[in-house]
Write a protein that binds this ligand. Structure first.
Ligand SMILES: Cc1cc2nc3c(=O)[nH]c(=O)nc-3n(C[C@H](O)[C@H](O)[C@H](O)COP(=O)(O)O)c2cc1C
Length: 703
């Protein structure tokens, strides 16, 4: 039986038919070789998505000119003929698995990751915002550098038009079904199209017609080199979400111009990098929040329209096609998190879908943002295709104990069980989930529950033995061949006068959440915080607690010893959070402003807690006394007590997740996955915490 019939109806784009309405919208996974040629990781990433049933795959940003602009340091390139054979292998890998495919050509202009300086753009205007710093050079011991951007000469403009067209011709030679121009997110084409950035006073700037000239000249040149029947799409933002930049009215006008120019489909995205949130929507953004732009554009054109941004659920995706709001749905991070989304939806296995939680940790903060290859916080396979996709069942299954049913422990149990080991989980609480259970207390973090549902479902499906309400002891661990400790974090209690008066963040969060399905009324010791509170700490626990209390109408002061607030937070979430702390709206359409702005005190510590009064001390030892009702302690440290005992007793023990080092969901999932992989193998971890050698694959299973 086929589910979601609107989603799985074929559609024609230009001269080719796509088997369904599911589109992989371009995602630069920054996994190419140094010269921009196709690597085996690029092939494996796209091949899995094709195997997973996605009908149309648009490969991410590929530069037409490596010398003047690469959006990421290891993006693909289409700037030389010698790259064609590799591109052809990539197209074949997708075609072989039933998908149609295109490549997006993008010059980043002033947003280039490479070269670092002397960036070309349509004009020399700089919009310096926290988000644009992601593409700048920021050295550890220096303040963020301003960009060095110059306006292109007219010769350079014509040269780049030629290079775009040559790139498209190479894409055609390689056997792709179409090419897409990247006119979104503030990159070069968007810079020319922009009413804000384009300050040229020649024929490529000024009026609407002049601003459209750059993309239109590229289109004409591609049609000349590739023939008019080689399908061209364009991606651009329906709204750019930055003061002075393009809004929907002009985007509707652009749609008509592009249709007249002969384009075969419009891929409608959102934002520019200056805007932050809307370009790569953080957890705050609601499913399909950008669909209204595609809907408005679809009304004025006959060619198919693709909508994207925070699309995760097949029901929702099917419904917007059925309601005529879009022709196709574009998924980016969802297919990183689960490349088999389409097939799972088609066969009604919706619960099996590992929905992307929009955390931006694996695919942005800990990868592209720091000039590395794309990863995923919840799908450990991404970037490590050989380790996971090629693994075989364990030769000799062993008995594995997992202590702690948090994220790290659950992922370790999942992978070890898939490999054939007999796994038993010991969890001292009444629920599996660990620190994720607290996330359902934090309104902006509710998407984290999606992962929790999924991993719990997997553990059930795999038949892992789970002992809830059970403290592991050396006695009950001694009969196992290996023990994985995912014991998480415990309260860190600073030694200052009056610390016994502080209240703990988890107890505060658990207050007022009686409706949560994970609320354990027997065990929770909810504590209600007073009206004016200090939240003491800096990592996720502190930031989320501060935001939640502020949303409950409290007056919140964050105190951190660090010189910068939230230095370990994901950058786009941090930008949105800071906007919200200042009383603004960082959540796009769904603003829920905080009434009393949150105050942040950096370089400061709590020196003493008295009754109704707190003594703070800054880095120069200046003291300040402030009146507050409560100090909420949000500091944690790894809990290794049982692991240390197990090691001393000679057990074969391994430490993972927050118990190893306080990090985030990606740290926990990755540690867990690799620990699960190496169970029963004579394999060690290398210095980066990855396997020192490969384990071969079990045919026919998907993880
Ligand atoms: C790692 C990463 C790389 C991306 N690369 C591109 C790209 O090359 N071209 C592009 O148009 N958009 C790119 N995007 C934006 C996505 O296509 C998409 O618009 C955005 O992630 C929101 O959609 P989603 O919620 O489905 O992820 C990228 C996003 C991520 C997270």
């Amino acid at each position: 039986m086929n589910y979601f019939e609107n989603l799985f109806k074929p559609i024609k784009i230009g001269n080719f038919e796509i088997p369904n309405r599911v589109v992989h919208v371009p995602t630069d996974i920054s996994s190419a070789n140094a010269d921009g040629s196709v690597s085996s990781n690029v092939i494996r990433y796209h091949e899995e998505i094709a195997k997973g049933g996605t009908g149309f795959i648009i490969v991410g940003a590929s530069t037409p000119d490596s010398n003047t602009g690469r959006p990421t340091v290891t993006c693909l390139s289409v700037d030389a003929d010698y790259l064609i054979p590799g591109l052809a292998k990539l197209a074949e890998a997708m075609h072989r698995n039933g998908a149609k495919c295109a490549i997006q050509i993008q010059h980043p202009g002033r947003q280039a990751a490479y070269p670092k300086k002397g960036l070309m753009s349509c004009s020399d205007m700089v919009a310096n915002t926290p988000a644009s710093a992601g593409h700048e050079v920021v050295y550890a011991m220096a303040e963020a550098q301003g960009k060095d951007i110059r306006a292109m000469t007219i010769e350079e403009v014509f040269d780049l038009i030629e290079k775009f067209a040559e790139g498209a011709w190479r894409v055609q030679q390689a056997g792709f079904d179409a090419v897409e121009l990247h006119g979104a997110h503030g990159y070069m084409i968007a810079q020319f199209m922009s009413p804000l950035i384009n300050k040229r006073n020649d024929r490529f700037g000024g009026s609407f017609e002049n601003r459209m000239r750059f993309p239109l000249e590229i289109i004409k040149k591609i049609q000349y080199k590739c023939g008019k029947d080689f399908p061209i799409l364009i991606r651009y933002s329906g709204e750019e979400w930055f003061p002075g930049s393009r809004t929907l009215d002009e985007s509707i006008k652009i749609a008509k111009v592009m249709e007249e120019a002969g384009l075969v489909a419009l891929d409608i995205s959102a934002g520019t990098f200056e805007a932050g949130g809307p370009t790569m929507d953080p957890m705050y953004y609601k499913e399909g929040w950008n669909t209204y732009t595609a809907e408005a554009i679809k009304k004025v054109v006959k060619i198919p329209v693709i909508t994207s941004h925070t699309l995760r659920n097949p029901e929702y995706c099917d419904s917007i096609i059925a309601e005529g709001k879009t022709d196709m749905v574009g998924l980016a991070r969802q297919l990183i998190a689960d490349p088999y989304w389409a097939n799972k939806a088609k066969s009604g296995k919706v619960k099996e879908i590992r929905r992307c939680i929009s955390c931006l940790i694996g695919c942005w903060k800990e990868s592209l943002y720091i000039k590395q290859e794309c990863k995923c916080a919840i799908n450990p396979v991404v970037g490590y295709y050989d380790d996971f996709l090629d693994m075989l069942p364990a030769k000799s299954p062993i008995k594995v104990a997992v202590v702690g049913g948090g994220v790290a422990g659950l992922e370790a149990a999942r992978i070890a069980t898939i490999r054939g080991h007999r796994v038993t989980i010991f969890e001292k609480n009444c629920e599996l989930g660990g620190v994720l259970l607290s996330c359902c207390m934090v309104p902006p973090k509710l998407k984290m529950k999606w992962y929790l549902f999924w991993i719990r479902e997997q553990i059930k499906k795999l038949g892992v033995e789970v002992n809830l309400n059970t403290e592991a002891t050396l006695e009950n661990l001694k009969d196992f061949d290996a023990v994985i400790f995912g014991t998480g974090a415990k309260k860190l209690t600073p030694d200052i006068p009056g610390i016994e008066n502080a209240i703990y963040f988890e107890d505060v969060l658990h207050c007022e959440n009686k409706n949560c399905e994970y609320y354990d009324s027997k065990k929770a010791k909810p504590v209600k915080a007073g009206q004016k509170v200090i939240v003491w700490g800096d990592h996720y626990a502190a930031c989320d607690t501060a935001e939640t209390l502020a949303m409950r109408g409290k007056e919140v002061i964050i105190v951190t010893e660090n010189k910068e607030f939230g230095q370990d937070l994901e950058v786009i979430h941090k930008q949105v959070m800071l906007l919200r702390f200042a009383g603004g709206n960082g959540e796009g359409l769904e603003g829920r402003p905080i009434k009393i702005p949150v105050v942040i005190k950096t370089n400061t510590t709590v020196n003493e807690i008295k009754n109704g009064e707190v003594v703070l001390m800054d880095k120069d030892f200046n003291k300040e006394v402030i009146q507050v009702d409560d100090v909420v302690l949000a500091k944690v440290e790894p809990d290794t007590a049982l692991f240390d005992q197990a090691k001393a007793a000679g057990l074969n023990a391994i430490l993972i997740g927050d118990a190893k080092k306080i990090r985030n969901v990606r740290g926990a999932v990755t540690d867990g996955a690799f620990a699960g992989l190496l169970m029963g193998e004579d394999i060690t971890m290398n210095a980066n915490g990855m396997l020192a050698k490969k384990i071969p694959r079990v045919e026919g299973f998907e993880i």
